[in-house]
Design a protein around this ligand. Structure first.
Ligand code: AP5
Length: 206
């Protein structure tokens, strides 16, 4: 399964709930890149500048990283991709890799949220580096005892968020018809409280 949607659509939030339900790994290209940056690997050094400014990391860096990951044993029974593919070349590379492995996509879930809601969701996000839990200062407030250890992502500024949104519309939204033609695309309204969105997703997948 693949999750697609603009920055702040709730892909990470929903993926954490869905992978528990389906017992499959959550494979987030953004989380993998952030881990590489934090570890200071060669890949992380290449990705860092692009990420901070809200630009996409080049396809040749990202494609190999994700294709390798989905070949790991824990993904043999299925996986949930979050944030990949994001460009037409990434979608085509994934298609080729899956066909080669005899794997077919069950669903591509598009979480739709209007641009007008995105900046507020992004600048209010805080994450727990110890558990990976995602909070929002207003929409999903963290427990007060965690407040001191929560972090804000470097690309969660208004400026970088607007750049990410532009990239979503110019590079990622055009891959939606690619999956629509394959008959695997499911659209879900991502507005409203997270629990309501989860219910819509579960209903849509049923
Ligand atoms: P990535 O980490 O994938 O970021 P993104 O796609 O911009 O998505 P986000 O993680 O910002 O948002 P989300 O949809 O997961 O929302 P969340 O659930 O956290 O990518 C980051 C960067 O890495 C890219 O810009 C690029 O540089 C690089 N990159 C990654 N993959 C790449 C690729 N394939 N190719 C090239 N470059 C790549 O929710 C957001 C906030 O809203 C949270 O605070 C949450 O609590 C809140 N929230 C969630 N749901 C709701 C709701 N229903 N109502 C109110 N608030 C809500």
């Amino acid at each position: 399964m693949i999750l697609i949607g603009p920055p702040g659509a709730g892909k990470g939030t929903q993926a954490q709930r869905l992978v528990e339900k389906f017992a499959i790994p959550h494979i987030s290209s953004g989380d993998m890149l952030r881990a590489a940056v934090a570890e200071g690997t060669e890949l992380g050094k290449q990705a860092d500048g692009f990420m901070k400014s809200g630009q996409l990391v080049p396809d040749d860096v990202v494609i190999g990283m994700v294709i390798d990951r989905i070949g790991k044993p824990d993904a043999a029974g299925g996986f949930m991709l979050d944030g990949f593919p994001r460009t037409r070349p990434q979608a085509e590379a994934l298609d080729t890799a899956l066909a080669g492995a005899g794997v077919s996509l069950d669903r591509v879930l598009l979480i739709e949220v209007p641009d007008s809601l995105i900046v507020e969701r992004i600048v209010g996000r805080r994450s727990d580096p110890q558990t990976g839990a995602i909070y929002h200062l207003k929409f999903n407030p963290p427990p007060p005892e965690l407040a001191d250890r929560l972090v804000q992502r470097k690309d969660d500024t208004e400026e970088a968020c607007r750049a990410r949104l532009d990239k979503y519309h110019s590079e990622t939204a055009p891959i939606v018809p690619f999956y629509e033609q394959k008959g695997v695309l499911v659209r879900v309204n991502g507005e409203g409280p997270p629990d309501q969105v989860t219910r819509r997703i579960v209903d849509a997948l049923r």
